[in-house]
Design a protein around this ligand. Structure first.
Ligand code: PLP
Length: 420
């Protein structure tokens, strides 16, 4: 039945044609391919390397803190812009883990209900129609979406392997620089797994001063690094004068569903953010903030998780290398990002195949090998495999199960010859 409501949708979500477009988005294509694969091979296990969230629960210590605080009547109400107790803990954590000194717990930190809303709200603080957000791609698209919703424009900065997946700031035109207000970065980077360097961050700070932009560094995977110690943008001189960093409890503490994050850095940005946030939400439930305090006091929780991902990622690198891929250990995150092959060689009665892009390769992997990955065709053809796949036995993370799954992947990938 036609409804007058169909004609009322805002242009930002498609206007009158909202819900009627026939474009199928990437994650829906993956879902459909998984369904088709299960129907074709009902007895074969589908291995999901496409996940983007931790396999494990939050630590007992953190769950206990939530339960205790939830029983205390004084914690029942609106939390507004957050409890001071959590704000006080953030500078201590930032110093302990990242060597960031002297963050002011009153004015330079604020909690958020996950980094996703924080990345959305920040556009409301700065973007007027016609303003530009500089956005790395491939990547997490929330700030770009909201920039457009406010009538702003997005300038894509491609992340290329030859530049270590760091954006080339010199390639941005003067005209675009003149209109830019926000520079969104995300290191360690989803999906490339790249980590930023101090010298890159120095370049970013110079760029921000020269072009008068605000840096928003999305640190959702900050403490999950391999080979090098975690690095905060805020640890560099000048960073706090030009930007903020957004840290999340989701990946570091296995708390995706809890919705807790914090922003730290420039006082004026934090002040603007607080004002906008206050008009969108009433703060995260106080017991969740109290549980968050326990996380910040126990960074060894993240360290244990980091070690698990490191072990899995290094095994995944070896398997992919054996299958002919150019795989190297990522600098951070829990993702492995590898170039998609151009096709496969003919073998027996199996014809040679060719893949026009990463999406076709990823569809092949799901439908023929029952391995789910996420394809990215934004800057070259790559697929992302996650090390946070589920490998449990009797409710516990099991090394034996992990080995079995990885062996299965190896067998499935090494019985074809890929062409790169
Ligand atoms: C780069 C990046 N930023 C932000 C988020 C969102 O994290 P949160 O759970 O804190 O909203 C994600 C989640 O996948 C992410 O990959």
């Amino acid at each position: 039945m036609e409804s007058h409501i169909q004609n009322l949708f805002a242009e930002r979500i498609g206007g009158k044609t909202f819900g009627k477009e026939d474009v199928i988005y990437k994650f829906e294509k993956i879902k459909r391919a998984k369904k088709a694969a299960k129907e074709k091979f009902p007895d074969m296990e589908l291995i999901d390397m496409g996940v983007g969230e931790p396999d494990e629960m939050a630590h007992d210590l953190v769950v206990d803190a939530l339960c205790k605080a939830a029983r205390e009547p004084q914690n029942r109400g609106y939390a507004d812009n957050g409890i001071q107790e959590l704000k006080d803990e953030i500078p201590l954590y930032m110093e302990k883990v990242f060597g960031v000194k002297d963050l002011d717990p009153e004015n330079e930190v604020i909690h958020a209900m996950g980094s996703k809303p924080a990345l959305a709200y920040i556009t409301s603080v700065f973007i007027n129609p016609g303003d530009v957000t500089l956005m790395t791609a491939p990547g997490y698209p929330v700030t770009a979406t909201h920039t457009r919703w406010y009538g702003g424009d997005v300038e894509i900065l491609p992340l290329l392997e030859e530049n270590q997946f760091l954006p080339d700031l010199d390639a941005i035109s003067l005209e675009v620089c003149g209109k830019s207000k926000l520079l969104y970065l995300n290191y360690p980077n989803n999906p490339t797994g790249a980590q930023a360097t101090k010298s890159f961050y120095k370049e970013v700070i110079d760029f921000a001063f020269e072009n008068e932009v605000v840096v928003v560094q999305d640190a959702a995977y900050a403490a999950l690094t391999y080979g090098e110690k975690p690095l905060s943008f805020l640890s560099l001189p000048g960073a706090r004068e030009v930007g903020v960093e957004i840290h999340s409890f989701s990946k570091a503490f296995n708390m995706t569903g809890w919705r807790l994050a914090f922003m730290a850095g420039n006082e004026l940005v934090v002040k603007g953010f607080a004002s906008v946030k206050d008009n969108f939400d009433s703060g995260q439930f106080i017991p969740i903030q109290k549980a968050g305090i326990q996380c910040l006091r126990h960074p060894e929780i993240t360290e244990k998780t980091r070690q698990k991902y490191e072990r899995r990622l290094s095994k995944m690198v070896n398997i992919l290398k054996e299958a002919g891929f150019h795989a190297t250990m990522p600098g951070g995150t829990f993702y492995l990002y590898v170039k998609a092959p151009k096709g496969t060689k003919a073998q027996g009665n199996q014809e040679a195949l060719s893949f026009a892009n990463a999406e076709e390769f990823s569809q092949y992997l799901i439908k023929e090998k029952l391995i789910s990955t996420v394809p990215w065709d934004d800057a070259g053809a790559y697929v992302r495999l996650a090390a946070c796949f589920e490998a449990f036995k009797n409710g516990e993370v099991s090394l034996e199960e992990e080995e079995r799954i990885l062996n299965e992947i190896k067998n499935r990938l090494t019985d074809v010859e890929f062409v790169f």
